[in-house]
Design a protein around this ligand. Sequence first.
Ligand code: ATP
Length: 292
Amino acid sequence: MKVLEKAPAKINLSLDVLGKREDGYHEVRMVMATIDLADRVECESLPEDKIVIRTTAPYVPEDNRNFAYQAAKIIKERYSIRTGVEISIDKQIPVAAGLAGGSSDAAATIRALNRLWKIGMTYESMLDIAKKVGSDVAFCIKGGTALATGRGEKISPLPPLPQCWIVLVKPDVSVSTAQIYREWDDQPALHPDVDAMIAAIMHGDFQAICHLLGNTLEAVTMKKVDEIARIKAHMRRIGAEGILMSGSGPTVFALTQRETRMQRLLNGMKGYCPQVFAVRLCRSAELLSKYE
Ligand code: ATP
């Protein structure tokens, strides 16, 4: 038997770091939204008691370093599953890009194995497994729009964003999230107004959302990746309504509600960077429907 799940990427509309905790993690406040750029995760039963990972992308580990493997291992142990699974990940989300591709694959694996092995997990049990795999995995279980606090694992849902286009530009470099956080510790930081962003989302005020986009990690990654400033300036010239780096970068996104402007951004940025996408938002209901 086979089960297929969509694993959509996220963007951060507001990302603040409050400081480093005693356990080594950083305390964060992030507003995230799921977008329609997605990997496909297919789980197929194996008679032998093993976990096999296959991915379509180079540089993504196919062993126990893959977050999907880690999620499957925890589920097998917790629910005493004695059969195996082959997890095939069709990667469409750029890797190490600030879009939580690996975390979303793990979340999709949790949803898929719940169906494949007919476990009947509640949302809370899925969250509990997600938190053990990584800080961003909990958000990716349900997706949609949400505030993530703690080390990113405490999720408070927010209303959906006003529908818009998201144009993403991924420079041809990857950055290490851990290293960006380490460098953030040693620099004075700008803090975005997360509460004002939440209020703008509550009011469905698209212009305010664009105006309030902010990421405390952006300055750190921009020092290492010159292209980010060039991409932002070029997007601004073309006329994006709001522009920001996602997560620890280096992907930059622009928001617009106008299709003509989306087309202009897409065409304008294509000649500029090899990886450019224009996508819509992905609603949380799409991911939830299979286990509710
Ligand atoms: P985040 O936004 O959560 O910081 P990211 O988008 O920057 O994440 P990922 O694409 O999730 O980064 O990948 C980070 C690293 O995780 C990769 O370099 C890779 O070694 C490892 N990894 C483990 N599992 C996966 C997976 N399923 N897909 C992609 N990378 C994975």
